[in-house]
Design a protein around this ligand. Structure first.
Ligand SMILES: [Zn+2]
Length: 346
């Protein structure tokens, strides 16, 4: 395979060269979550020439994302584009020599094997701990490197997990924080420069891993507070024998089968999980009898004539092709489920 000249400055770096660039071009990397972290990682990795880039995200672009989610435009927010496909179409203009595969999906224990089996490296772009613990289980079980990162406010945590070599996420944090106990980007905000640091650390380690420079990857957790100009490295440097995941091989998040509806924090909306055997075309027909709904390749969305939010505005609904739905205008899970069952059935 001829190596394109566009990577000249990257190939010049000691430790990369033509061989490293070829390895990068032959690799498959998944970015799970294409929000703030995922946008920055996807941009850097597409430009670096990752041959096959897989983008997984369940959500749509909103105006409040534009402050930090560097791939998206006002038009993406106005037209409520899915993040995975919007990112893929922007990146296709940045690098037409690579394959970019978007998946508008919620990562669950049901689809993780299907989505990530042929991946060489997994990059964390998630905003919730349950999905991260699922990825950690999957990475350890299938022996794939997992680039963990989390950022809120001006602070971040970053660690590269290489199963059997470095500690895993559960070696350091045996259990995820209980839901609601943690600050989130919705409650304390987040600053884009802090995300840039975390995403850069992740992508640098992706490049080190793929180009056979694994010895340069740190075995410890980087914690930083960019707002207060502080940083530190913590951790043991070795996998821990008593770790429930990489020590005892108990993959409890991978074995979890059900996902529950969740009220989306700060958004007066409820997310209903995907369902088996969902028919998008049939659902569209049913919804169009009760409101103004439009269908695209991956979803149907619109508003109901007769369902009202507390402020009197119309209840809106968005259904993805896998049946996963977001109902806007209520944070009552029972009402959201009732609306889904009333208009779409099961
Ligand atoms: Zn572990």
């Amino acid at each position: 395979m001829a190596i394109s000249d566009r990577y000249h400055r990257q190939r010049l770096v000691d430790g990369i060269g033509d061989r490293g660039q070829l390895a990068i071009s032959n690799s498959t990397v998944a970015i799970v979550g294409v929000g703030a972290l995922g946008c920055m990682s996807a941009s850097m990795l597409a430009r670096a020439g990752i041959g096959n880039l897989v983008l997984i995200d369940r959500d749509i672009v909103e105006t409040t994302n534009l402050q930090r989610q560097v791939l998206f435009t006002e038009e993406d927010a106005d037209t409520q584009q899915p993040k995975a496909t919007a990112a893929a179409s922007h990146l296709a203009k940045v690098n037409s020599e690579i394959n970019i595969t978007p998946h508008v999906e919620d990562l669950t224990s049901r689809n993780v094997h299907h989505l990530l089996n042929s991946i060489d490296v997994i990059v964390d772009g998630l905003d919730n701990f349950n999905a991260r613990y699922l990825l950690n289980d999957f990475a350890v079980k299938t022996n794939k490197p997992f680039m963990f990162a989390g950022v809120i406010s001006g602070q971040g945590n970053v660690m590269t997990i290489i199963p059997k070599t470095t500690p895993c996420l559960r070696c350091l944090f045996p259990n995820p924080p209980t839901s609601g106990s943690q600050d989130t980007c919705d409650t304390v905000g987040v600053l884009a420069p802090a995300i840039g640091i975390a995403a850069s650390c992740q992508c640098m380690d992706v490049i080190k891993f793929l180009t056979d420079n694994k010895g340069k990857i740190s075995r410890t957790l980087l914690t930083f507070d960019l707002w207060n100009s502080e940083s530190n490295r913590v951790g043991y440097g070795e996998p821990i024998e008593t770790c429930p995941c990489c020590g005892q091989l108990d993959f409890e998040y991978l074995n979890e089968t059900v996902s529950e509806p969740v009220a989306l924090c700060g958004r007066l909306a409820v997310l209903l999980p995907s369902i088996d055997a969902f028919d998008l075309e049939m659902a569209t027909k049913k919804l169009q009898e009760h409101g103004s709904f439009e269908r695209s390749d991956t979803m149907v969305r619109g508003e109901f004539h007769e369902e009202r939010a507390p402020d009197g505005s119309a209840i809106k609904m968005l259904c993805f092709h896998d049946g996963r739905s977001i109902i806007h205008g209520t944070d009552d899970i029972r009402r959201a489920k009732a609306i889904f069952e009333r208009y779409i059935g099961n």
